[in-house]
Design a protein around this ligand. Structure first.
Ligand code: F2R
Ligand code: MG
Ligand code: MG
Length: 352
């Protein structure tokens, strides 16, 4: 395991939150698209233009992914003891101040109920969603990166906090386990030295080992497919091993929609695949390649690119982020400050 000094760790904190922001801002205009080969050429030109020093395009606005990530980060810096009621209040305040950020159709009912029950029981409204089944959308997973940063050296603390933070809006097992998996992937990225070549198979093996403890058959049903994330992680290993770059096949196997199960593994795959060159993506920069590749799969592009970007940034650090690209994003300075604030809170407690 590489020794990550505090200068690199601070850069990784920034990289992670900025990666999440950039993926959201650049992915949002393509959300719901089916990417043709022509679309991928447009995407290449779009990124080339945004990276150019002279280009003065309109600022790319962020969506619900960033709005909620901001709330999680703020809750941790304002209440370092981790206060989930406070976090729930921030979600609701954020939504009612700026509702037009492209939130999921059903999660807005949770916000309304939390508000009307005055945060009496912060888990009840989400529990009632979908006739008691709970949402299996990726809205929990898309916002967990600040928790992976905050608990970067406390694995059990992270699992518990991610699970509680997710349950405020999403109580389906797949939504919670998807958020947990996303946080594990970010935490692993923080521990790797960007100067080293990433061992993708080992990276996924570590996730499989960890998910084995999470996806336990707690209903005792002994049914097949009780470990859907483990199956997806094995699929990632097979895809990486085969070198299959066929977009339709990748989407068929991993998915690219708004369900956590069909997007968190896809983001992990995009991050790992983009550490080496990809046909028809012309850039030497692994950070850009990760985000561009995630968007090139189409579907839930803002969220998959945001989750991919948070891993790429947590691995590479913010030095790898092209500053011209970054300046096109709304809230880029604010997000960088949030990462520094989070780091400062941990520094104050000597990372205990
Ligand atoms: N909402 C979107 N994109 C739609 C288009 C936005 C457009 N560009 C605009 O600006 O208007 N994106 C955002 O939503 C995703 C995260 O959603 P979240 O927070 O998980 O929401 P929700 O409402 O809980 O679930 C989303 C949908 O999933 C289906 N679903 C979930 N659980 C279900 C269950 N148990 N049974 C059946 N269906 C279930 C429902 O269709 C929900 O509406 C991110 O992509 C974010 O960017
Ligand atoms: Mg969104
Ligand atoms: Mg989305």
């Amino acid at each position: 395991m590489a020794k990550i000094d505090n200068i690199l760790l601070k850069s990784k904190f920034r990289g992670c939150l900025l990666g999440s922001l950039i993926g959201d801002c650049f992915g949002a205009p393509f959300e719901g698209d089916i990417m043709t080969s022509g679309g991928k050429v447009v995407l290449q030109k779009y990124f080339d233009k945004l990276e150019g020093a002279a280009f003065k395009g309109p600022i790319k606005t962020y969506t619900d992914d960033t709005a909620m990530t901001k709330c999680v980060a703020k809750s941790l810096t304002d209440k370092p003891a981790v206060d989930f009621k406070f976090m729930a209040r921030l979600f609701v305040k954020e939504y009612f101040s700026e509702p037009r950020r492209g939130y999921g159709k059903n999660v807005v009912d949770v916000f309304a109920k939390l508000r009307s029950n005055k945060f009496d029981d912060i888990y009840k409204p989400a529990n009632e969603q979908f006739a008691g089944m709970g949402s299996f959308g990726n809205g929990g997973a898309m916002r967990v990166s600040p928790l992976a940063l905050y608990f970067h050296n406390n694995y059990q603390g992270m699992i518990s906090a991610v699970s509680n933070a997710t349950r405020i809006t999403h109580t389906h097992k797949n939504a919670i386990n998807g958020a947990v998996l996303q946080s594990m992937a970010v935490q692993q990225c923080l521990k790797l030295d960007p100067a080293d070549k990433i061992d993708a198979q080992k990276f996924v093996n570590n996730l499989i080992e960890k998910m084995r403890m999470i996806e336990v058959d707690d209903e005792g049903l002994n049914i097949d497919n009780g470990t859907p994330y483990k199956e997806k992680l094995v699929d990632i290993q097979k895809l990486l091993d085969s070198g299959n770059d066929d977009t339709e096949e990748i989407i068929r196997i991993l998915g690219n929609d708004i369900f956590a199960l069909h997007s968190v593994p896809t983001a992990i795959f995009c991050f790992l695949r983009a550490q080496t060159p990809i046909p028809r993506i012309t850039t030497d920069n692994r950070f850009r390649r990760s985000i561009q590749y995630a968007i090139s799969l189409g579907g839930d592009t803002d969220t998959i690119a945001s989750m991919t970007g948070s891993m790429a940034g947590a691995f590479l650090g913010d030095d790898y982020i092209n500053k011209h690209l970054l300046r096109h994003c709304e809230f880029q300075k604010g997000m960088s400050e949030m990462a520094d604030n989070l780091f400062a809170v941990l520094e104050d407690t000597n990372f205990t």
